[in-house]
Design a protein around this ligand. Structure first.
Ligand code: PLP
Length: 430
């Protein structure tokens, strides 16, 4: 089908990027389980290697199954192109790679997935990159943190672990003024609940491992390009604006216009970093995306019910769900995520660290796992697991103190989830 702008989200999540297989007519997108593709002739091969013609060479760069997923996610996010990769963490490196150089920094929110805080505060230093962490609710601090070596601002739309909603309009106004791209991790919200590009994001990154695949089966990541950033407006982004020696001096921004970032990510990023998504993973994720809107509606409905019940329980100190009327982020739900604040939040219980550990061990339906965005309800005690590498100050700043657990509410019957929490809270706080 032609992906006209007139189609709704539910139609696009099933059809965008896909067409009956040209070889067989297969209605479902086949898994192209191949590493290489036969060239028509030597001239065709040369044109492909020179980027003069777009086509398939080798599956480290492009694969037809993965290409359908890329087009599907780009369409749902309202971007011009997307590149899939092996995990959400790979997507973050793939997003930063064309922008950064030794000595450059990314201004990042303090409220991020625990693994991202570690990746940014420790590992990227090995590349000579630096992350400057700021509270993205403090707009003056965000503005002040951006300096002449800043090459990106990074935040999550619905932020881990508390489910806080970031004011993307305000942050993108600041990054625009500074002439640097805004990268938004939209994993927890998904394109069904939030459209970061409409709120000014330059690039959107995903861990497709989570809600997009939806049932905890395969790892994957994606970087979506809005196509709106002018990489040649300054000399800050030479990978995209200056001649590329590996392609006879080709300038990506000049040659590919709004698709410069996407082409660079395939022709340089995947080619040389090799963080490729495999076609099996793309298949599972395509299956998942077909039901994304239905699942997200139920995730939101259940999260509202469970959070409301918890908030009214004496054994619970507080609940962070942004969809609650009592939440300071409630107004941002209407502004940024009008279809709901997602399925992820934290709550604090009386009894501290020990009670939290007892709670996770007493639950029967909720699984104690380091994951989110599954059809199943999940729980984790962040302070003893995902946020363990963080200092106590970083844990508090991230909303992952010792008395706090994070839940990812699944699509089971809400009444069953509430009953399970009720019995486990009794044991935990006895
Ligand atoms: C899981 C997650 C990541 C990392 O993704 P992986 O697929 O596990 O590498 C990044 N950001 C957020 C918000 C996540 O939930």
């Amino acid at each position: 089908m032609s992906d006209g702008p007139t189609y709704g989200f539910d139609t696009l999540q099933i059809h965008a990027g896909a067409r009956p297989d040209p070889a067989t007519g297969a209605r479902q997108t086949p898994i192209y389980q191949t590493t290489a593709y036969v060239f028509r002739d030597a001239e065709h091969a040369a044109a492909l290697f020179n980027l003069q013609e777009v086509g398939y060479i080798y599956s480290r760069l492009t694969n037809p199954t993965v290409a359908v997923l890329q087009e599907r996610i780009a369409t749902l996010e309202g971007g011009v192109g997307a590149v899939c990769c092996s995990s959400g963490h790979a997507a973050q490196i793939m997003a930063l790679f064309p922008l950064m150089a030794p000595g450059c920094n990314v201004v990042a929110s303090t409220r991020l997935y625990g693994g991202t805080v570690t990746q940014f505060s420790q590992t990227i230093k090995r590349f000579g990159w630096e992350a400057k962490f700021v509270d993205t609710d403090d707009l003056a601090a965000v503005e002040a943190a951006i300096d002449e070596n800043t090459r990106a601002v990074f935040c999550e739309s619905i932020a881990n672990p508390g489910g806080y909603i970031t004011d993307l309009d305000a942050i993108s106004a600041i990054s625009d003024k500074a002439g640097v791209p805004l990268i938004v991790d939209n994993t927890s919200a998904t394109p069904y609940l939030c459209s970061p590009i409409k709120h000014g994001a330059t690039l959107v990154v995903h861990s497709t491992t989570k809600y997009l695949t939806g049932n905890g089966t395969v790892m994957g990541g994606c970087v979506v390009d809005s196509g709106k950033f002018d990489w040649a407006a300054s000399d800050k982004f030479p990978s995209l604006s200056a001649p590329e020696p590996a392609y006879h001096g080709l300038k990506f921004a000049e040659t590919f216009g709004p698709l410069a970032f996407t082409f660079h990510s395939i022709a340089i990023g995947l080619r040389d970093l090799g963080m490729t998504m495999n076609p099996q993973a793309a298949h599972y994720t395509l299956m998942g995306i077909e039901t994304l809107s239905l699942r997200m509606e139920r995730h939101v409905e259940n999260a509202r019910k469970v959070a409301t019940w918890l908030e009214n329980d004496d054994r619970v100190e507080y609940v962070t769900y942004a969809g609650l009327d009592s939440s300071p982020y409630k107004a941002r739900e209407a502004q940024i995520c009008p279809k709901g604040a997602g399925g992820l939040f934290t709550f604090a219980i009386r009894g501290g660290y020990d009670a939290c550990v007892k709670l996770v061990d007493s639950l029967e339906i909720f699984s104690h796992v380091a994951n989110l965005g599954d059809t199943r309800s999940l729980i984790i005690h962040s302070a003893s697991t995902t946020h363990r590498q963080l200092s106590p100050e970083q844990q508090e700043a991230a909303g992952a103190g010792p008395n706090v657990v994070r839940v990812s509410i699944g699509i089971e019957n809400a009444e069953d989830l509430i009953a399970d929490l009720d019995q486990a809270l009794s044991k935990a706080t006895a």
